[in-house]
Design a protein around this ligand. Structure first.
Ligand SMILES: *Cc1c(COP(=O)(O)O)cnc(C)c1O
Length: 335
C-alpha cells in the first residue's frame, strides 16, 4: 500500500517489533512498568520538563492537559482550527465541563493577540473563567513562528494564564526550523507529542508538564479509562521512535515538497509550494474531477488518498520518493 491519507498509518519496523517483544514490563497502574517509567523519565529530562505521562492517544493527552489546567466552568482559548477544539469530539466540554473559546486562526496558524485579549473574560459570575491558551505546532503542516510563541508567553504572563501546546507534530516543526525541540517547548507549561504519527510508533502520546500538573493528569487518565497495565510493550516502541526517527523527518519534508512539485504537473491539481513547510501538501482539485471514482481507481492499485478540496496528502516513513513517482504515474493514467 502507498498510503497518503495520514502519517498515522506507519507500521512498526522489524527493529521496533523486536524492542517491543523484549521490553521489561509490569503493572503501570501500580507504577511497576520499567519501560513506561523509563520513557516518562527520559522524555521529561530530554525536553526540560519535570514530569511526563504516557497516554493512549493524542486526543487523551490533550484532554488530560485541559482537565489538569482547568476546573469545571473554566475556559481555554484556542484556534478555530485547533485539533483540540475541532477534531476531538468536544471532549473538553463533554468530559471536563470546560468551555472552549475558539478564535479565528491567521493563515500562519497563529491567533492574533488583539482577538485573544478581547476574549479574556472579566472575573464575574456571568462568565467562564479564562485559564489557558492552547496553541498547536505544526498546525495543518505549518510551523508556528518562534517569535509568535515568544510573544504568546509574554501575553499569558501578563494575563495570568497558562499555556499548552498541542505538539502532536512538534518534532516536524523542530526539524523544519533546524532547532532543538527545547527551543520550542520551553515557552509552554505543558505540551503533547504523538508517538504514533510520523515518528512511527504504533500507539501512544506523551503529555509533559510540571509534577503537580502531571499528577492531576495521572488521576484523570485513570478516570478516563486510560490506566494501562503492561504498557511497556508499546512504550518501548515510543522510546525508539523518539530516539531514532527524528532526523529522518527531514526526508518526509523533502518528499512532501517533491510530491507537491509533481502534483503541479498533473492537470486539474494545483499546490501552492510556499505552503509546504513540513510533511503535508494541500492540493486544489478541479471541480470536474470525479473524486469518488479517482479514489476507487487508485485503491485498486494499492494507492490510498483522502478526498476533499483541498485534498490533503501526508508523507511519512512508509512513503519513498519512488512511491511518489508510482502514484503520479497512476494518477495521470487514471485521469
Ligand atoms: C492526531 C492529532 C491529535 C490526536 O492524536 P490521536 O492520537 O489521533 O488522538 C491531536 N492534535 C493534533 C494536531 C493531531 O494531528
Amino acid at each position: 500500500m502507498i498510503d497518503f491519507r495520514s502519517d498515522t498509518v506507519t507500521r512498526p519496523s522489524e527493529k521496533m517489533r523486536q524492542v517491543m517483544a523484549s521490553a521489561l514490563v509490569g503493572d503501570d497502574v501500580y507504577g511497576d512498568d520499567t519501560t513506561v517509567n523509563d520513557l516518562e523519565l527520559w522524555a521529561a529530562e530530554r525536553h526540560g520538563f519535570e514530569a511526563a505521562i504516557y497516554c493512549t492517544s493524542g486526543t487523551q493527552a490533550n484532554l488530560l492537559a485541559l482537565m489538569a489546567h482547568c476546573d469545571r466552568g473554566d475556559e481555554y482559548l484556542c484556534g478555530q482550527q485547533a485539533h483540540n477544539y475541532k477534531f476531538e469530539g468536544g471532549g473538553a466540554a463533554v468530559l471536563g465541563s470546560i468551555q472552549p473559546q475558539p478564535l479565528e486562526n491567521d493563515a500562519d496558524g497563529s491567533i492574533p493577540f488583539s482577538k485573544l485579549t478581547a476574549a479574556i473574560k472579566p472575573l464575574d459570575p456571568h462568565f467562564a473563567r479564562t485559564k489557558l491558551l492552547s496553541l498547536e505546532n505544526t498546525i495543518n503542516g505549518k510551523v508556528l513562528p518562534l517569535e509568535y510563541i515568544q510573544q504568546a508567553r509574554e501575553f499569558v504572563n501578563q494575563h495570568g494564564l497558562q499555556m499548552h501546546l498541542d505538539g502532536a507534530r512538534v518534532y516536524n516543526a523542530a526539524v523544519a526550523m533546524n532547532v532543538d525541540i527545547t527551543e520550542i517547548v520551553k515557552y509552554f507549561d505543558s505540551f503533547t507529542i504523538c508517538l504514533s504519527k510520523g515518528l512511527g510508533a504504533p500507539v501512544g502520546s506523551l503529555l509533559l508538564g510540571d509534577k503537580a500538573l502531571i499528577a492531576k493528569a495521572r488521576r484523570w487518565r485513570k478516570v478516563l479509562g486510560g490506566g494501562m497495565r503492561q504498557a511497556g510493550i508499546i512504550a518501548a516502541a515510543g522510546k525508539l521512535a523518539l530516539t531514532e526517527n527524528i532526523e529522518r523527518l527531514a526526508d518526509d519534508h523533502h518528499n512532501a515538497r517533491y510530491l507537491a512539485e509533481q502534483l503541479n504537473t498533473v492537470e486539474g491539481f494545483s499546490v501552492n509550494l510556499q505552503h509546504i513547510q513540513t510533511n503535508m501538501a494541500f492540493a486544489k482539485v478541479d471541480q470536474h474531477i470525479n473524486q469518488t471514482q479517482l479514489i476507487a481507481t487508485l485503491k485498486q492499485q494499492d494507492i490510498l488518498i483522502s478526498g476533499g478540496n483541498p485534498m490533503r496528502f501526508v508523507t511519512h516513513l512508509d512513503i519513498t520518493t519512488a512511491d511518489i513517482d508510482t502514484f503520479i504515474a497512476a494518477l495521470k493514467s487514471a485521469l
